[in-house]
Design a binder for this molecule. Sequence first.
Ligand SMILES: [Zn+2]
Length: 284
Amino acid sequence: MALPVIEIASGIFVHNGVQEEASAANQDAIANIGFIIGADGVAVIDPGGSFAEGRALRAAIRTRTDRRIRYVILTHVHPDHIFGAAAFREDHPDFVGHAKLPGALAQRGDYYLRRLQGALGDGASGTEVVSPTVLVAGRLELDLGGRRLTVRAHGPAHTDNDLTIFDENTRTLWLADLLFVERIPVIDGSLGGWLKQLDELTAIPADRAVPGHGPVSVLWPAAAEPERRYLAAVAHDTRAAIKAGIGIANAYREVANSERGHWLLFDEYHPRNVTASYKELEWE
Ligand SMILES: [Zn+2]
């Protein structure tokens, strides 16, 4: 069955992930994933959260074009974005990842796979850890035929292996999980680094952006503002908690309470965001 996708700009298709945790019912189809079609081929941007979702994405591509799937871009290590990669092996694409992605997969891949099997049961079958075959340390230009994509590797932010993709033709910036809209951002790289990356990313003259979670297309840079406000509040209040001698286990109670009510899954992720930020900021 073909995954439902929306054409957000000419030749750019996005599937809207549900705002839930991974489950057997949603097949881990919880992230925004999709593809871009050029005259000479197709680039997948995130193959999805399971082999089943990857198959469904591939079917969606094949209802629109029979051009070769040349690239499968793995935006970062999180399983909801990349565990569908094995569904594209038969296309022999370049699997494109951040230079630090192989290390992150070596550390976490098996754990993520067991966790997916626990959450999805039989629905996880066929899912494998697929390593990137092309690594990006700075920038990489991909030519899809009359369509140039710039893949950029970022410093530690959401994770330590985040990629973004810019499509020149439509001025679309695919941010993956460097941008969360509606769903609370997850800090798994560096809070300070993420704020710095946002300064650079919001300077890019894009007309629209694709967030990793939230609507399939948002205005740029306006859509970055809630995320920046949340991250800045976490940074400010965590520094204050450290200064006041509040311990790491209780700090989340004092941090960014003004943000509660603005974000989905706040209680599931906010405490661990504060714990991660505390560890980062206490050594400043
Ligand atoms: Zn992520």
